[in-house]
Design a protein around this ligand. Structure first.
Ligand code: HAM
Length: 442
C-alpha cells in the first residue's frame, strides 16, 4: 500500500537489464545441470572451487588481454574507497589461476583439477541467450601439457551434454592456434595480408587489425568474412610441435568416440589461448550462441605472476544449456513436488497437525500444512492448488477419537484411520521409493 508521507513508496522495482531471477521452476533445471556436472567431475577427480565475484581488475586485464571485447567493453568495474579498481568476474579461468598461484598449488600433485559452477558478469548488449549476469560451469586442469588432457576434458564436456540428452543439438568445432611462437608469426602474416585492405573491413575489424588480428577471422560481417576466407591459414604456420600436438588430440578424440569438425577459422574471444581451441556450436545457429568452449592456455599462469605452468579448460553457459533442455522437451524430475497436505480445525487439532507435519517431513514425505485459521473448505482448496495427491484432515472429532481422515484428492474418497498408523499409511500411499531422505556423508 502507498505510504502518503513517502511518494517513492509507490515505485515498482524490477531486475536490471540483462539480469534475471532464477525462479524455482528454472532451479529445477539448474539442479539437473549441476548434478550432471558434479557427477562427471567427481568421476574424473576434479574438485570444486569458488573464487570471489569481485577481483582486482588487473587479474582480468592481464589475464584475458586488454584488447579483448570482454575486457575493453564488458567489464563491470567499480572503485573501492581507496581508489582500487575491482571488477565482477566475466569468466572463471583468470580467477582460478590467480587462486592456484596465491595458494601455492604448484606444490600439490600436478595437474590440479578444478570445476566450478558460478555466476559471471559481462556488460554486453542483452539478447536471446546473452545476459549481463549468467552462470557457467567450467573445468580447469592446471599443471600439465599433454593432448590427452585436452581430449579428456572435451570428452567429459561432451558426456555431460549426452547425459542430459542434448548432445545431438551441437557440433564440436576444434582448431589449433599453435604455440606462441608459431602464433606470433601467423599474426604478422595476417597483418601483412590485411594491410592495404582496411577500407573493405568493418570499423571493428579496422581496430582489431592492430589490437587483435586473430579476431578478424571470426567477424560476422560479410565483407570481412570474404576477405578472411582468402587470408593465410594458421595451419601453414604451425611448427612441428603444434602439428604433432594437434594430430594427437584428434587421434585421442577419435579413440574416445567424440565426434568433431576441424574448423581452421575458429578463434576464441580471449587472448590466453595457445594450441587447442574448441567450441560446441548450436547446430541450428552456428557460431552464434555457442553453448560452451575453451582451450589450452599454457601462458596464463606466468602472465599472472606464477612460474610457467601449462593448463587446459573450458566453460559452458547454464542459461543456454537450460534453453536447449527446454527446447528438447527434457523435464527435470519433479523433486520439489509436495506429497501431502495437512488440514486442521481447532486448537487441539492444530497442535496434533504441527506434530504430524514434522513427523512426516522427518520420514522424507514432502509435507505442507495450513496452520492459519481458514475454513476446512478453504484449506482443501489450497491443497488442490498445490496439486497434492493426499490430504490428512484433523478436526475436533478426530482428535477426540484418536483418528485422522486421509482424503484421496483425485477421487474425493476419504478414509478414517487411527492416528498411530497414519505415518506408515501415508508412506504406503505416497510410495516408499518417493521418500526424500538425505544423510550427510552420502
Ligand atoms: P566463453 O566462450 O567466453 O569462455 O564463455 C563460455 C560460455 O559461457 C559461452 O559459450 C556461453 O555459453 C556462456 N556465456 C558467455 N557469455 C555469456 C552471456 N553474456 N550470456 C549468457 N551466456 C554466456 C570462457 O568464459 C572461458 N573462461 C572458458 C575457458 C575455461 N577457457 C579455458 N578455461
Amino acid at each position: 500500500m502507498a505510504d502518503a508521507d513517502n511518494p517513492q513508496s509507490e515505485q515498482k522495482f524490477q531486475t536490471l537489464r540483462g539480469f534475471m531471477d532464477v525462479l524455482p521452476e528454472d532451479h529445477e533445471y539448474f539442479t539437473l545441470i549441476k548434478k550432471a556436472v558434479r557427477h562427471r567431475a567427481r568421476q574424473a577427480g576434479l574438485r570444486r572451487i569458488s573464487t570471489p565475484y569481485l577481483e582486482e581488475t588487473g587479474v582480468f586485464v592481464r589475464g584475458l588481454g586488454e584488447s579483448t571485447d570482454v575486457v575493453s567493453k564488458e567489464l563491470f568495474t567499480l572503485e573501492s574507497r581507496s581508489g582500487k579498481l575491482m571488477s565482477l568476474k566475466p569468466e572463471g579461468t583468470a580467477g582460478a589461476v590467480r587462486a592456484y598461484i596465491e595458494h601455492g598449488m604448484h606444490t600439490l600433485p600436478q595437474p590440479v583439477q578444478f570445476y566450478y559452477i558460478e555466476p559471471h558478469f559481462r556488460y554486453d548488449r542483452p539478447q536471446k541467450g546473452r545476459f549481463r549476469q549468467f552462470h557457467q560451469y567450467g573445468f580447469e586442469i592446471i599443471g600439465e601439457r599433454d593432448p590427452s588432457i585436452d581430449a579428456q576434458v572435451i570428452h567429459i564436456a561432451w558426456k555431460i551434454l549426452k547425459d542430459m540428452g542434448i548432445d545431438k543439438r551441437f557440433d564440436l568445432q576444434i582448431n589449433t592456434l599453435g604455440t606462441p611462437t608459431a602464433r606470433g608469426e601467423y599474426i604478422s602474416a595476417l597483418k601483412n595480408y590485411f594491410y592495404g585492405k582496411e577500407r573493405h573491413l568493418c570499423s571493428d575489424c579496422q581496430n582489431r587489425l592492430e589490437s587483435n588480428p586473430l579476431r578478424l577471422l571470426d567477424c560476422k560481417e560479410e565483407d570481412c568474412q570474404i576477405l578472411s576466407s582468402l587470408a593465410p591459414k594458421m595451419q601453414e604456420y604451425l611448427d612441428q610441435e603444434s602439428t604433432d600436438f594437434y594430430e594427437s588430440l584428434k587421434a585421442y578424440l577419435v579413440e574416445l568416440e567424440v565426434p568433431f569438425y576441424e574448423n581452421p577459422r575458429l578463434v576464441r574471444g580471449l587472448d590466453y589461448y595457445t594450441d587447442t581451441v574448441f567450441e560446441f556450436w548450436d547446430r541450428s545457429q552456428g557460431a552464434q550462441n555457442a553453448i560452451g568452449g575453451g582451450g589450452r592456455y599454457d601462458g596464463l599462469v606466468e602472465k599472472l605472476g606464477g612460474t610457467h605452468t601449462p593448463a587446459f579448460g573450458c566453460a559452458f553457459g547454464m542459461e543456454r544449456v537450460m534453453m536447449h533442455l527446454k527446447e528438447a522437451g527434457i523435464t527435470p524430475p519433479p523433486k520439489d513436488r509436495i506429497h501431502v497436505f495437512v488440514a486442521q480445525l481447532g486448537e487441539e487439532a492444530k497442535k496434533k497437525a504441527m506434530r504430524l507435519v514434522s513427523d512426516l517431513r522427518e520420514e522424507g514425505i514432502h509435507t505442507m500444512g495450513a496452520m492459519g485459521k481458514s475454513s476446512m473448505k478453504a484449506q482443501l482448496k489450497m491443497a488442490d492448488k498445490f496439486g497434492v495427491d493426499w490430504t490428512v484432515i484433523l478436526g475436533e472429532v478426530e482428535v477426540r477419537n484418536g483418528t485422522a481422515i486421509i482424503r484421496d484428492m483425485e477421487h474425493g474418497r476419504q478414509e478414517i484411520v487411527p492416528m498411530n498408523t497414519i505415518i506408515p499409511e501415508i508412506i504406503k500411499l505416497v510410495g516408499a521409493e518417493k521418500r526424500d531422505r538425505y544423510e550427510l556423508g552420502e
